[in-house]
Design a binder for this molecule. Structure first.
Ligand code: ZN
Length: 347
């Protein structure tokens, strides 16, 4: 086991291509590189670490962290490494296993079944508790007696905010998750953007913060009110007969920049699939999406189909322009066509 090698040597980010990484890992574990899948399978079959891994797995499904703990029971050198190096080494060896092949009844097959699972929870119903200053999952969509608000962020400068609504001439903010979400979707002038202020921060007289009462969500100018937090409330709306909420970021002043942090499964899946499809390290682009209702399935299918293409095209355009500064517009189509990560979006 390459326990004494430079930890950098098993970091994928240290290599220019997946082939370079694979060759280096072969060299690290087996002392040679350039073996094909079958030769790699033969070499791993005799390697002590394969037996260790299989014993540690014990036929169960384990997370990488759990696997590292189990491997420590069977391998002293591995147990002596710091946890982050253990994970790096496991990834390195699993890479070799993923590439290894064996012949079964004349057919070439994977050496071992190697599957990676990434579990992501959708951020629906995510709120921020102003009193405890922590993120919480809300139970439902109705009003909450707790001082919780849906989190927002600026897609241009990254600044975090909270969302609320407020009736005209009412000093209270409302935090009904369903109604706040609908108001932001409708760009209602009732939308409010809450910016938290550092109480120690000296502010000019004109920008004195308002105080939000944690018990009844009332806005007050009196800092002596018990249980309040200093906030700055923003309500930028368009001018004209029918004012609409502008979604302007108070920090960078860009309009239409504020978005909900609480992305749902469809958005997260479409970002994930764009990355999988746009990656130049993926030569076998496939995606299977499951959902628990027919209605959801048709929605998700349309969402993925329309978003993935647009996201991949946009990422490829950005990568090409960044790679080749000063590229004339007339050369852009050819450069896009030649870009490796773009193969998914080709007709
Ligand atoms: Zn901003």
């Amino acid at each position: 086991m390459p326990a004494h090698a430079d930890p950098q040597s098993w970091q994928p980010s240290a290599y220019a291509s997946p082939e370079d990484y694979l060759a280096a890992q072969q060299h690290l574990w087996l002392g040679t590189s350039g073996q094909d899948g079958l030769q790699l399978g033969m070499a791993l079959r005799q390697h002590r670490f394969t037996r260790c891994l299989l014993q540690a797995m014990g036929g169960r499904l384990l997370s990488l962290d759990q696997l590292a703990v189990q491997v420590c029971r069977y391998h002293q050198d591995f147990a002596a490494l710091p946890p982050e190096h253990q994970i790096g080494l496991l990834r390195s060896y699993l890479t070799l296993i993923s590439c290894a092949r064996q012949t079964v009844e004349g057919q070439e097959q994977p050496f071992l079944t190697c599957q990676t699972q990434l579990w992501v929870r959708e951020l629906r119903h995510l709120t921020y508790h102003l009193g405890d200053q922590e993120f919480r999952w809300s139970e439902g969509r109705g009003p909450s007696s707790e001082p919780v608000f849906p989190p927002l962020y600026c897609r241009d400068c990254g600044q975090p905010y909270l969302a609320a609504i407020q009736r005209e001439a009412d000093p209270h903010l409302l935090n009904d998750l369903g109604k706040v979400g609908q108001a932001f979707l409708d760009r209602s002038p009732r939308c409010r953007v809450i910016q938290l202020c550092e109480s120690a921060e000296p502010l000019p007289e004109s920008q004195k913060p308002t105080f939000l009462s944690l018990s009844d969500l009332r806005l007050t100018q009196d800092p002596a009110t018990p249980e309040t937090v200093p906030v700055s409330i923003h309500r930028d709306v368009s001018e004209g007969q029918k004012p609409t909420f502008l979604g302007r970021c108070p920090e960078c002043d860009n309009d239409d920049a504020l978005v909900y942090l609480a992305s749902r499964a469809a958005t997260l899946t479409s970002v994930l699939s764009s990355n999988i499809f746009g990656s130049e390290h993926n030569r076998d682009k496939k995606l299977l999406a499951f959902t628990d209702s027919v209605q959801d399935a048709s929605h998700l299918a349309f969402f993925l189909a329309s978003r993935t293409y647009r996201f991949s095209l946009r990422s490829a355009l950005q990568a090409v322009v960044q790679e080749q500064p000063g590229l004339p517009l007339s050369h852009l189509p050819k450069a896009m066509w030649d870009y490796k990560g773009m193969s998914c979006a080709r007709p």
